[in-house]
Structures are given as structure tokens and as C-alpha cells.
Design a protein around this ligand. Structure first.
Ligand code: HEM
Length: 458
């Protein structure tokens, strides 16, 4: 799967032609649609298209606009009338910093994207191959037949290690990657809680969970400072993302400030680890739930490698494995909800959107929509064969988004996810053990509640 940025084929509407989006049904007095969004957010988002292409939701006293069609989510992501903002981003900013690429807008964002982009370019990815390979195989060596794999911690561990070792290279990284893992897992759990239950003062009380969260957040920031300080002290300038950040200049050609360097490292490491970790958990769940597809992956790996350990260079040839990854991302997208804010009075699909309006859409709903996918809930990797993939409507499968906020890491992520899937499926079959719960846990990302697996050697 490739994801291209394209210009929207915008239709021009006269002001008099603009319509008010309908209010979605099912709201209740005072709470509006909020209770449904909290109770079962995935079903709620997936049901909205029946109410219109753009619908208004009442969340308490606030009106939020939801976009429900692939075409209009593409138009939203590609239009300059909308910026990154809204409750999701405000809560992330408060905790992770205001000066990183994920939350910046306008000229600062464009400059920051230019700084980080080279590290993620297609031709930079083979440079990370040896680390990705090493980490993928390390997983299969760590796992012992008969022992239980805690997929949450294992997936976080490998995701953080790959991001940290590839992008912030250095011998010092091994021990730090472990600390980063622990800190990030706690921070993400706490952040989601703070977002869905915005009980501000409660989180300031010296209760054990708050203390644990604050310690993890402080450690995350301290770790980033240590990584930056150590790199500076080493006097080394390897060709990596950290060097690019340390050497970056602002709009006036001046070195960027310490806070921005810090926030940039945080803004790259945090989304990078949570999304990849969640996707690895789903891939392990898929290999367990669909042994027939796991067997096909193992057979493909065998046919490509002839039995030697799978290598980074094999990734391009692992077409079926890649399609398993894409199909897992379609049905279980790590990033299930995205928000924007209108910077001006504007429109989407002929519906009036006022300046300042918050807009949400759900890649989960878009990627499961029966209007876009035949047999929409069936796990079918072959729907990504070239002759079938062309039937998929434009923007109906964009797990990395499109436009100027598109994830910079699509090639980086797909390479590691394909490699990890190939390495683990070639060596093991998996069974869920007692106590495992693979139901979907809705947080900042989607992932299984608590996936516990037993690896059985092939
Ligand atoms: C399965 C893996 C991943 C998925 C599904 C994913 C998905 C996304 C999506 C959908 C966005 C756009 C958000 C929006 O439109 O509001 C995004 C942005 C971003 N992602 Fe990823 N991502 C993944 C992995 C990574 C990794 C590994 C990194 C870094 C190491 C990363 C760094 C970022 C950054 C920095 C942004 C902000 C870009 C900007 O605003 O210009 N992501 N990601």
C-alpha cells in the first residue's frame, strides 16, 4: 500500500448553496451524544454515516462536527482551512510540550517537517534495516516455548527500541530504551484517562496512580534531556534525526531553542511508539485468531528466504505478509479518531462549517464502512492484491492520513511491521492462554485489553 498526497477535487459552492449539517440522532438532554461517545465510541462513530456525510454532534453544551465519508475526510485532511487543534491535541500539548511537530501549525510546522523528513525518506529506511532485523529476531529469541508472552509490554518494548535506536542512534540507547518503554506505557495510560474523564483537580491529588503518572512523565522528560546532553557531550554528529534536530535553524536562520529540541524528540518518540506497539499487538492477535493466514505468512517467508532468518532486504518480496499488515491496520487501526479545527468560515461537501468549529472523524469507521468494502468485517488480506485494491474508494484506507499532517513514518513503520510479522510467524504459532483478553481497549490508540499468548514452535 502506498499513500500519496493529492490535491482535493474541490467543488466550489456559492454561500447561498451551503447547508447546515443535520444533527445526528440519538442525543439526550444535557449530555447530547457524549454518553454514547463515552459508552461505545467505536460503534457510535461507525453508525454516524447513516445520519449524513457531515453531521453535528452535541457534546454537552458544545457542537462538534463529524465527517463520515472517505471523500470528505480526504478533503478535510488536505484543506488549509483546518488546522491541528481540538481536545485531543490540547490534552497532548499539556503533557508533552507545545513546540513539537505533532502539535505545531503554520510556518513552524512546515519548517519542522523539513527538518525531520530526511530521516523518514524511502531511501533512508534501508539504513535502519540492521537494527529492525536485530530487534525482530531478538523477540523470537526472548520468547520461550511454553512461557506466556505479555504482548502489551513486549510490543511496547520492541516499538520503543526500534524508534529510539534508529532515530536517536547511539550505544547509550540500550538501557535508555528500556526506561523509555516503562515511562511511555504509564504516560499513555494516564493521558487517556485524563482525556475521557477530565477531572482536573482529581489528578493533582497525591494519590498513588497520580504519583506514578507524574513520576513516569518526569522520567520521560529527564530521559530526553539526558539523550540530548549526552549526544552533545560526545561531540559526534551521526547522520540521524537527533543530529538533524540539534542542527536545525528557525525561520530567521538562528539555532532552534532547547525547549523546541526537547519537545521535538518527545513529539517523535511518543506517537511513534504507541501506534507501532498497538499495531504489533493486533498483528499478534491476528496471527493467533487466523492460523490459516499465519501459515500462509510462514510459507511465504520460507519461499523467500529458503529457511535462513528473514532479512530487511526480503521485505519487498513479502507481498502477502505486507497485505496481512495492511488488513490488520484496516480493521484495527491504531489511530481511530482524529480532530481538526476550522481556521475560517468554510465548507465541507456543501455543508457550512463555522470558524473555530471542532471536527472529528474516525479512520476506524471509514475503514470498516460496508459502502467501501465488500464483506467489510472479514479479515481478507487478498483484498489488497493490486487488481482488487483498485476497487477501494479513494481515502477509504489512509491509516497514516494524507496531506500536510500525514505521518512522516509510513515507510519506516510498514518496514518494521512487515519484518516483525514475518520473523515471529516463521518461528511460532500462537495460542491465547487463560486470562488473556483480546477485546478492543479504546484509548488514545486501539489495542487488545490484555493479550497473553503461548508461542508454539513451528
Ligand atoms: C502503525 C504506525 C503508525 C500509524 C498508524 C501512525 C499514524 C499517524 C497518523 C494518522 C498521523 C496523522 C495525524 C493527523 O492527521 O492528525 C500521524 C502523525 C505523526 N506520526 Fe505517525 N503513525 C505511526 C507510526 C509513527 C512512527 C513510528 C513515528 C515516529 C517514529 C510517527 C511519528 C508521527 C509524527 C511526528 C506525526 C505528526 C506529523 C505532523 O503533524 O506533521 N508515527 N501518525
Amino acid at each position: 500500500m502506498t499513500v500519496e498526497s493529492v490535491k482535493p477535487e474541490a467543488q466550489i459552492y456559492a454561500e447561498s448553496e451551503l447547508r447546515e449539517p443535520p444533527v445526528a440522532g440519538g442525543g439526550v438532554p444535557l449530555l447530547g451524544h457524549g454518553w454514547k461517545l463515552v459508552r461505545d465510541p467505536l460503534a457510535f462513530m461507525a453508525g454516524l454515516r447513516a445520519h449524513g456525510d457531515v453531521v453535528r454532534l452535541k457534546l454537552g453544551p458544545k457542537t462538534v462536527y463529524a465527517v463520515t465519508t472517505p471523500e470528505l475526510t480526504g478533503a478535510l485532511a488536505l484543506s488549509t482551512d483546518f488546522k491541528i487543534d481540538g481536545p485531543l491535541w490540547e490534552s497532548l500539548e499539556g503533557l508533552l510540550g507545545k513546540e513539537g511537530v505533532a502539535t505545531a501549525n503554520g510556518p513552524r510546522h512546515r519548517r519542522q517537517r523539513r527538518t525531520i523528513q530526511p530521516a523518514f525518506r524511502l531511501d533512508a529506511i534501508p539504513g535502519y534495516g540492521p537494527i529492525m532485523e536485530e530487534e525482530a529476531h531478538a523477540l523470537t529469541v526472548r520468547w520461550r516455548p511454553g512461557e506466556t508472552i505479555d504482548c502489551t509490554s513486549e510490543s511496547f518494548r520492541v516499538a520503543v527500541r526500534i524508534a529510539a535506536r534508529c532515530l536517536l542512534r547511539g550505544d547509550y540507547m540500550d538501557e535508555r530504551a528500556e526506561r523509555l518503554c516503562v515511562a511511555l506505557a504509564t504516560v499513555f495510560r494516564g493521558m487517556y484517562r485524563r482525556m475521557v474523564i477530565p477531572a482536573g483537580p482529581l489528578y493533582r491529588l497525591p494519590l498513588p496512580p497520580n504519583r506514578k503518572f507524574n513520576r513516569a512523565l518526569a522520567d520521560l522528560h529527564a530521559l530526553v534531556d539526558e539523550i540530548v546532553a549526552e549526544r552533545r557531550a560526545s561531540g559526534q554528529k551521526p547522520d540521524d534525526l537527533l543530529t538533524a534536530l540539534l542542527e536545525a535553524k528557525d525561520e530567521n536562520g538562528e539555532p532552534i531553542g532547547e525547549q523546541e529540541i526537547h519537545d521535538q524528540v518527545v513529539a517523535i518518540l511518543t506517537p511513534g511508539s504507541e501506534t507501532v506497539a498497538s499495531t504489533i499487538m493486533w498483528l499478534l492477535q491476528v496471527l493467533t485468531e487466523h492460523p490459516e493466514h499465519a501459515d500462509r505468512v510462514a510459507a511465504e517467508v520460507e519461499s523467500v528466504t529458503g529457511g535462513r532468518p528473514v532479512a530487511f532486504e526480503d521485505v519487498r518480496a513479502l507481498r502477502y505478509t505486507n497485505n496481512v499488515v495492511v488488513e490488520a491496520m484496516r480493521l484495527r487501526p491504531a489511530v481511530w479518531i482524529l480532530t481538526r479545527r476550522a481556521v475560517t468560515d468554510t465548507e465541507l461537501g456543501g455543508y457550512r462549517i463555522p470558524a473555530g468549529a471542532d471536527i472529528i472523524y474516525s479512520p476506524y469507521a471509514i475503514q470498516r464502512d460496508p459502502q467501501s468494502y465488500a464483506d467489510n468485517l472479514r479479515f481478507d488480506p487478498d483484498r489488497w492484491l493490486p487488481e482488487r485494491a483498485k476497487e477501494v474508494p479513494k481515502y477509504a484506507m489512509n491509516p497514516f492520513s494524507v496531506g500536510n499532517r500525514k505521518c512522516p513514518s509510513d515507510h519506516f513503520s510498514m518496514a518494521q511491521l512487515t519484518l516483525i510479522t514475518a520473523a515471529v510467524a516463521a518461528k511460532y504459532r500462537f495460542e491465547q492462554v487463560s486470562g488473556s483478553n483480546d477485546a478492543t481497549r479504546v484509548g488514545i490508540t486501539l489495542r487488545p485489553h490484555n493479550l497473553l499468548l503461548k508461542p508454539v514452535p513451528r
